[in-house]
Design a protein around this ligand. Structure first.
Ligand SMILES: [Mg+2]
Length: 175
């Protein structure tokens, strides 16, 4: 497929929406609205007892409050690890001395070019959270098996959280 046009229809502070058109070898055309995303990070922070830090927050598109790992968008092309450190501190108040990149994935490739990078964070120091004015975030520690059980029972249905936790459950946490 060859992309032949991409027109910006909406320019938002967080992302653009474009109308993209691509043509294939047999003249087949794909035309789609695409959400152009700056990229984001997700953080799996664990304490000395190996518990996992989840946050509870209202998600407007879902019209409900959900449990998920701390995460956030890249701010003006900042390095991804810097985003991870900033988002963990803003959303939970925690700073971590030990960081490792875990995996990368596209959460919604059907309509969005977002690339998400997951990090593990350890050796934590508690501090004061500084959420955005529109964010109401409640952090809480959970046991590893408790998080797995929440995923199994559908009490966690956030894709980045499921992918990141199950990746570590299957392949282990980087040293
Ligand atoms: Mg966030």
């Amino acid at each position: 497929m060859k992309v032949t046009s991409s027109a910006v229809l909406l320019h938002d502070s967080a992302f653009d929406v474009t109308l993209d058109r691509a043509v294939g070898p047999a003249g087949r055309v794909i035309e789609k609205h695409v959400l152009k995303h700056p990229g984001a990070v997700v953080v799996l922070a664990r304490n000395a007892a190996s518990e996992v830090l989840l946050i509870r927050q209202y998600r407007l598109p879902l019209r409900k409050v959900i449990w998920e790992l701390p995460a956030g968008k890249i701010d003006r092309k900042e390095p991804r690890l810097k985003t991870a450190k900033r988002e963990l501190a803003e959303e939970t108040g925690y700073q971590a001395r030990h960081w490792r990149k875990l995996l990368e994935f596209h959460p919604a490739p059907g309509f969005c070019d977002e690339r998400m990078t997951a990090y593990t964070a350890a050796d934590l120091t508690a501090g004061e959270a500084k959420p955005e004015p529109y964010e109401v975030i409640r952090p809480r520690w959970f046991g590893w098996d408790e998080v797995l059980e929440m995923i199994r029972r559908g009490r966690i249905h956030d894709a980045k959280t499921i992918a990141t936790v199950l990746f570590v459950e299957r392949f282990g946490q980087p040293a």
